[in-house]
Design a protein around this ligand. Sequence first.
Ligand SMILES: Cc1cc2nc3c(=O)[nH]c(=O)nc-3n(C[C@H](O)[C@H](O)[C@H](O)COP(=O)(O)OP(=O)(O)OC[C@H]3O[C@@H](n4cnc5c(N)ncnc54)[C@H](O)[C@@H]3O)c2cc1C
Length: 492
Amino acid sequence: MGSSTNTPAKWDMEADIVVVGFGAAGVAAAVTAHELGANAVILEKAPEGEEGGNTRVAGQGYLNASSADSAVAYLTALCGPYTVPKTMIRVWADEMCKNNDWLTSVGGDPQEHQHPPVGIEFPDLPGSDCVHKFHDGPTYGYSYTWKRFESLVKERAIPVCYETPGRSLIQDGATGEILGVRAEQDGTQIWVKARKGVVLTCGGFENNQQMIRDYLGLPYCYTSGSPHNEGDGISMAMAVGADLWHMNNFAGPSMALKVPECPTTFSMQALHYSKEPEGGMVVVGPDGRRFTDEKYKTRHGKIAGHGTWKAMPTPCPMHMVFDQTMMSGGPLYDSEPSHGWTQIVERPDWSDDNSAELAKGWIKKSDTLAGLAATIGVDPDALATTVERWNRDCEAGADTEFSRTLMMAKFDQGPYYAIEMSPSMLNTQGGPRRNEKAQIVRPDGSPIPRLYSAGELGSIYSYLYQGTGNIGECLAFGRIAARNVLAEISLN
Ligand SMILES: Cc1cc2nc3c(=O)[nH]c(=O)nc-3n(C[C@H](O)[C@H](O)[C@H](O)COP(=O)(O)OP(=O)(O)OC[C@H]3O[C@@H](n4cnc5c(N)ncnc54)[C@H](O)[C@@H]3O)c2cc1C
């Protein structure tokens, strides 16, 4: 636990409200505080140009609920047996109805920043009609929403300190109050005083492999979002006594390529449910066998089964095995730059005929299936049996193992190819537990004084997830956090 002995002799900077992390939640907190007449500072870990976190590279839709009562019913149903306190759900629902109005009030245009229908994700659940009606228009992706959010900060006197990661919270040892943040800048530590409070908005733990092993039950997983989200907010909050919640919930897994040259994942055309390149393709686990409908449209990583929803299986290492027809059919990487960190920020080259990736070893090749099996380390007989069965099923027109209906193409005569797939995710949902005032609480439920959070760092989503819910929640709880911080008595 932090203590008053950590308090610096001199603070380097101070503000009424110190916001740690410049994504949607940080924007909502800082802009709300500014509109209420307070002064805010944002500390951001990434260099300028890479700020914005997952918000920057998201699909850009945010939820504006059309009815609070329906929203209560829908979120209650989405949480299922992983219940969330009713007071939290009510506050979430009430505030989610105000997102459009808020954006209008601070100079945004909500109609421009909602993406066309990806649909209501669980239409059979009660209250699902609360999901806002989407308007027509080509507004999906391309950082549109983020650019508007970012400009809301830039248009106001809200300083942003880039390349300034928050490292720890300064806590009064006697009162438990959070007095500020110790951050790092140019290799030295700086001390930032929060006269009223600190809001942690520094995202999830998508890039912290230890936390992924500890909390997600996966040996590893990579992200298509920001590489700067490393679970720092979780460590900082735990160090001052925070409880955690929803740590095992995440928007994933899917399957994607991860290479050492790039921090984030490459999405494969052939595994996208809406795309159907030609050629034979299956994904096999370490036993050389298929384990899922490769083209299944998961609900943010969850698949239906036995009357419930569970994470898609990802037995690692997994390989996408495919034939020459697919290899010759154009780029295997879905490089459309609408969303995802690799597409929007990294923008790596991918050759039209996949030859450069073959040369780099990202794609493995063999003239025979047995040779390919040896290269990727699976049993040759098992792989042969898998492909034979797949070919027979394609001829008969029915996937007898997993009822796949898309890309029902037999393998050609070779050569054959494989790409190792990793579990991939959009974002994690867990983090420090927060209450209806957006205060971070201890295991006994008592708030840690002057410490708040918003966004995916400890989101409300405990089980099922409605797309656009994350950014909607960032806006809602960012505002709630700022309002409650400003109600605190100012420290001298
Ligand atoms: C490809 C993709 C598509 C998605 N599409 C949608 C969508 O359409 N709608 C939707 O609602 N959700 C979507 N999501 C999820 C959504 O983007 C995120 O959950 C949401 O944007 C999180 O916002 P945030 O403000 O909590 O965190 P982020 O936007 O991730 O921002 C966190 C910020 O904190 C910074 N940071 C990290 N550590 C520190 C530290 N120690 N000190 C200071 N700063 C730090 C990071 O650099 C980052 O800038 C998508 C996610 C991905 C990856």
